[in-house]
Design a protein around this ligand. Structure first.
Ligand SMILES: [Fe+2]
Ligand SMILES: [Fe+2]
Length: 147
């Protein structure tokens, strides 16, 4: 599978998870369920961003004239990591949910931006074979991580 399709699939799963957390928190759902959903979100989003930086950015770099887009994406990633850490370090559920609320907007905007600019660019400048090879590297990284 192409790396861009894999990353887009993850975005879809993260969006569903964000919706679920939002919904659960709005009607004060079960704390344990909200917490486990937040744990999945923080772990998976961090790994998603790390693999974009490790696999996609270096593959695209030779094809672009400026680093502007990468710089923007890295700034987003830093903000998202900071937000996710706030969620992880929150001492109370309310504090965690407030951090979710703030981080959510950044995450949604970032996903849209990547889908419209970064992934589109990748599909334009990288051939299918390269994208599939990158997808295999992505799958290996995931299976190593999960053991
Ligand atoms: Fe990203
Ligand atoms: Fe992404």
């Amino acid at each position: 599978m192409k790396l861009t399709d894999l990353l887009m699939g993850e975005h879809a799963a993260f969006r569903a998870l964000l919706d679920e957390i939002e919904k659960m928190s709005s009607f004060a759902g079960e704390v344990a369920r909200i917490e486990s959903a937040m744990t999945v979100l923080t772990t998976e989003v961090k790994s998603h961003a790390a693999l974009e930086e490790k696999l996609l950015f270096p593959a695209l770099e030779p094809h672009v004239e400026t680093d502007e887009l990468f710089a923007e994406m890295c700034t987003d990633h830093e903000q998202i990591r900071f937000g996710l850490e706030r969620i992880e370090n929150a001492r109370h559920l309310n504090e965690a949910l407030e951090a979710v609320g703030q981080t959510l907007g950044i995450v949604r905007r970032h996903f849209k931006n990547e889908e419209q600019n970064l992934y589109t660019l990748a599909e334009e400048v990288l051939d299918d074979e390269t994208l599939i090879q990158l997808g295999e590297a992505w799958a290996t990284a995931h299976s190593v991580k999960r053991g």
